[in-house]
Design a protein around this ligand. Structure first.
Ligand code: ATP
Ligand code: MG
Ligand code: MG
Ligand code: MG
Length: 433
């Protein structure tokens, strides 16, 4: 008899197997008990028929508590009524670990209660589905960038200088010096691109976001590709191919998770159609000014969530907004060749109200221009000499972008809040558990 995972049940129909599981829920009558089981790989039902098992086994089935861990031995059957398609007819039960009264019961709980019990909440079905999709997106990310000839090139988490303004920075001590937790690995990725051509980093980034929104975490994971000998238009093509690849990966490999989340697959399929529409910042301003909601927006303003949501709602696919005003973008973006007031950049806005999922740009290559921009931004140019070296020794056109993993997971899973897109979310006022 083989010890298997629930997810492999389809290969063992009518066979006797052993599975290590936890009990998530149960109901029973005098003659039959239905045990809802999970093992991490999937969820399914175990059926215990009194007349087919020992008295002791049926008693165990009736008395076992929620989240107790068990070994069950039984025969796999098809079960067309369930999401999963299979169930196990249990013959023997062995208790591995008893459970106390489990705090998360099948009734509804408030968000604060669930967040306080995040370490247990992760065991529930929806959380399982979200983590499966997150995992698939990470897997597909590696596959995509490997296939496209990128190497993974990780940026440091501890940095010695404060890149983009100081309000969102976490400060720490580095022996007798100051250090900051990384807000973005981009500048280091540029060094990587000059060394190895096409690189990407994937790691945690930290921002002391002082406001509560559904889209911002304090600690989130960012994927940051950077490409040498590449202009912005080619970068946009990589970005849209990457997004389509992520969505296709989820459609191909996460059918069960999407079903649990009741995510509409036809909606997701639209996000695999390329190209994505492109509008300029100027056009975006015009669209907003012509709307009922934002008639008073003026050229030069940055977009917040409501503006991004309105703009994205005009399209069925994600939309690129190109060339924002120079004044609201970081110092390293390439100035427009014929216009003084905008830079060569793009934000990719997701439909369905999820806002910016990618921010990217072509990078400025002229060291004198950059040095001036660094000073204008109030940064200490001594700390950026290494960065300016990248322009002094064989500078080339290059571009890159950053995608927030959890932002994208929230969108693709159709969840309403980013806190469920990461195992242990760090939020304003929450660092427990
Ligand atoms: P936003 O406008 O939403 O605050 P941003 O422009 O500050 O985002 P970038 O610096 O461009 O963000 O970072 C690149 C990507 O990282 C964003 O497009 C988004 O997907 C993600 N991101 C940024 N901030 C957060 C955050 N606090 N939590 C989760 N993801 C984030
Ligand atoms: Mg921000
Ligand atoms: Mg933004
Ligand atoms: Mg951005």
């Amino acid at each position: 008899m083989e010890k298997i995972s629930i997810i492999d049940a389809k290969n063992y129909v009518n066979e006797k197997v052993k599975i290590g599981v936890w009990l998530t829920n149960k109901r029973s009558s005098g003659k039959i008990a239905f045990l809802q089981l999970r093992d991490g790989s999937a969820f399914f039902q175990g059926v215990v028929v009194k007349s087919n098992v020992s008295e002791e086994t049926f008693k165990l089935a009736k008395e076992v508590k929620q989240e107790a861990s068990l070994y069950v031995v039984g025969t796999i059957h098809e079960d067309s009524r369930s999401h999963f398609g299979y169930e196990i007819e249990i013959e023997e039960i062995e208790i591995v670990g008893e459970s106390e009264n489990y705090p998360i019961t099948p009734k509804e709980h408030g968000t604060d209660f669930l967040m306080d019990h995040r370490h247990l909440w992760l065991r529930s079905k929806r959380q399982y589905a979200i983590m499966q999709i997150r995992n698939e997106m990470i897997r597909a990310t590696y596959e995509f960038f490997n296939k496209e000839g990128f190497i993974k090139f990780d940026a440091p988490i501890l940095t010695g200088s404060a890149p983009e303004g100081t309000t969102e920075l976490f400060h720490t001590e580095y022996f007798d010096k100051d250090a900051y937790l990384s807000q973005s690995g981009q500048l280091y990725e540029e060094a990587g691109a000059m060394a190895y051509g096409k690189v990407f980093s994937f790691g945690p980034t930290f921002r002391a976001e002082k406001s509560k929104t559904r889209r911002h975490l304090i600690e989130f994971w960012m994927i940051e590709p950077e490409m040498a000998f590449m202009h912005q238009e080619e970068s946009l093509e990589i970005q849209e191919r990457y997004i389509a690849f992520l969505v296709q990966g989820v459609l191909d490999n996460c059918d069960y998770a999407l079903t649990i989340l009741e995510r509409d697959k036809d909606v997701l399929k639209k996000y695999t159609k390329l190209p994505f529409p492109r509008i300029s910042y100027d056009e975006a301003i015009k669209i907003l000014q012509d709307s009922k909601e934002f008639p008073n927006i003026t050229w030069g303003e940055d977009f917040g969530s409501p503006e991004e949501t309105y703009l994205a709602n005009q399209f069925e696919q994600p939309v690129f907004v190109l060339n924002y005003p120079k004044a609201i973008k970081p110092f390293y973006m390439k100035p427009h060749p014929t216009r003084d007031d905008v830079v060569i950049c793009a934000d990719l806005l997701a439909p369905e109200g999820y806002g910016e999922i990618i921010g990217g740009s072509e990078r400025a290559v002229d060291p004198e221009y950059l040095e001036k921009q660094i000073q204008k931004a109030g940064l200490d140019s001594k700390e950026y000499q290494w960065y300016l070296d990248l322009r002094r020794y064989g500078s080339v056109p290059h571009a890159g972008f950053g995608l927030g993993l959890e932002r994208a997971v929230t969108w693709i899973t159709g969840e309403s809040h980013i806190r469920e897109a990461i195992p242990f979310p760090r939020l304003l006022n929450r660092i427990y558990p």
